[in-house]
Design a protein around this ligand. Structure first.
Ligand code: COA
Length: 170
């Protein structure tokens, strides 16, 4: 029997309030702390897809659009966009709630890649993901192109084998 999951099966979220220990001397959240919170939320999403121990293989497409202030409430939403053999791409959105005005805004987005491992620490196959909504299907299709780009940049794939990337320029 082939086991499949939908992106919704893999959904994970977390919320934090920015504390003094999380900030720099301007009272802004340090980027590394946000990356850590995102890593943990994405790992839960990858775990919900694979039900295996998962490690972070790559962090991509992270940008910090505006400062997040002391006292603000940060909510991270994560879901797997596509699974390959042992790896899964996790898409994340970060929303920030201004603690004074209550205004909610999208603060950043990111793609993390996780690899599921067996008890000996070797990569192991994961269930395939079946996208449902139009947005999920769009992310699913783009995931192959993003995978090729990150593997080429990591020196794990020859540029000549990156067919999806080449198709962009043909
Ligand atoms: C991730 C890791 C398990 C991959 O091991 P590996 O020996 O390269 O294994 P493989 O070449 O068989 O690749 C396994 C999968 O990882 C993917 N992968 C490897 N390096 C990658 C990278 N830089 N970016 C994206 N995916 C990557 C491969 O594409 C492959 O995916 P697939 O099975 O879906 O096709 C290994 O590099 C590792 O343990 N890294 C450290 C992970 C870690 O500790 N993270 C926390 C950092 S502090």
């Amino acid at each position: 029997m082939v086991i499949t999951r939908t992106p919704k099966d893999t959904y994970a979220s977390s919320a934090r309030i920015v504390m003094p220990n999380d900030t720099n001397t301007l009272g802004n959240l340090m980027g590394g702390n946000l990356l850590n919170w995102m890593d943990i939320t994405a790992a839960i999403s990858a775990h919900r897809c694979s039900r295996r121990l998962c490690v972070t293989a790559a962090v991509n497409n992270v940008s910090f659009k505006r400062p997040i202030k002391l006292g603000d409430i940060v909510t991270i939403h994560a879901e797997v966009t596509r699974s390959f053999k042992s790896s899964m791409e996790v898409y994340m959105k970060v929303h920030v709630e201004n603690h004074v005005t209550g205004e909610q805004s999208l603060c950043n987005e990111a793609m993390y890649t996780f690899v599921a491992l067996d008890q000996l620490g070797a990569p192991i196959n994961v269930p395939q993901l079946v996208p449902e909504s139009d947005e999920e299907k769009k992310r699913f299709e783009g995931a192959l192109r993003r995978r090729q780009l990150r593997l080429v940049l990591a020196g794990k794939m020859k540029a000549t084998d990156a067919t999806e990337l080449k198709a962009l320029f043909d």
